[in-house]
Design a protein around this ligand. Sequence first.
Ligand SMILES: C[S@@+](CC[C@H](N)C(=O)[O-])C[C@H]1O[C@@H](n2cnc3c(N)ncnc32)[C@H](O)[C@@H]1O
Length: 329
Amino acid sequence: MPVDLIVTCAVGFEDLVRGDLLQEHGIRSRSLAPGEILLQDVAESGLGFLSSTTALDRVAVPWDPAAAPQSVVDVVRRLAESVGVEAPVRFRVQAAADVREQVIARFTDVAGWVNAPSDWQVNLDVEQGVAQLGPLAWAARFGTLRRLPAATPVAVVAGLLRLAKCAPHDLLLDPCAGVATVSIVDSIDRPDGRGIAVDLDVEAVDLARQNLIDRGLQGRVEVSAGDATHLAVEDHSVDRVVTDLPFGKRIGSNSNNIELYPRVMREIERVLTPGGRCVLLTDDKRVFKDALARTRGLKIVREQVVRYHGVNPSAYVVTRSRAPGRRAR
Ligand SMILES: C[S@@+](CC[C@H](N)C(=O)[O-])C[C@H]1O[C@@H](n2cnc3c(N)ncnc32)[C@H](O)[C@@H]1O
């Protein structure tokens, strides 16, 4: 039986996600709210898109809290199977205390679900009338990533990669790679792709290395400790650069960025192929635009504001403004 699903993605990437769902899976949709998309009449046999569309963060089904649990239990089971969540489902209930106890008892008895408010996979929201599979459930797609507090959410990385338009064999560089989220998400869509991941912080590099080894990607992504302003990478050798730059809040500072960004931009200009393309995420927008304006040979072709976790950074799509090595007249 077809089902209606509500999916979420990072605010700002809705149009990209909707376009991909229509083109690649024939799924029609409409925007409900920022970051929230309604998919109507999705065949239950065709839920594979949930695990392959990495820009999706959560999926929910409409749920009538007054109805018998079994109907929603069956749909949630199929959704959980399609994203690789193992039974028994761990759940929590969002409701006033007295209602919450009743709902917990019903779903524990009828469905054999386990009440796990701090480690849930399914959130039953009584007020909103939805049963939602949350981001914890999505870890099943990747295995659990070793992360640091500044790590970029997977759904955001997926949107950045979508803007980067990587070709199957492109070499992708992340010069501020952290725990290598960009390289790992990219590897799902591009089984023949290659990557370079660099970060100044040795703890991040250790975690990145482990994350890559855990997924058998160590042969495809070269990871090293290094400085984004002095990369051990040949001139004009990198097809795509995708990175989440230090915003100057949790990592670095605004005054650091005034020094750092122009040097990183010059280095990116040096390593980028003539037809190369970059997607650079930052919340330090003025400093970024100033740095880019002062970088010969690069230009911003698109700015996409994104919203997640209380920040509103922009993803800047940057290309060459002229062939490398030629002086401006
Ligand atoms: C926003 S975090 C990137 C998070 C990453 N996308 C992830 O998912 O883990 C910015 C990263 O830039 C790194 N960084 C700061 N200055 C750097 C530099 N000069 N060269 C290389 N990496 C640098 C920090 O160590 C941090 O890991």
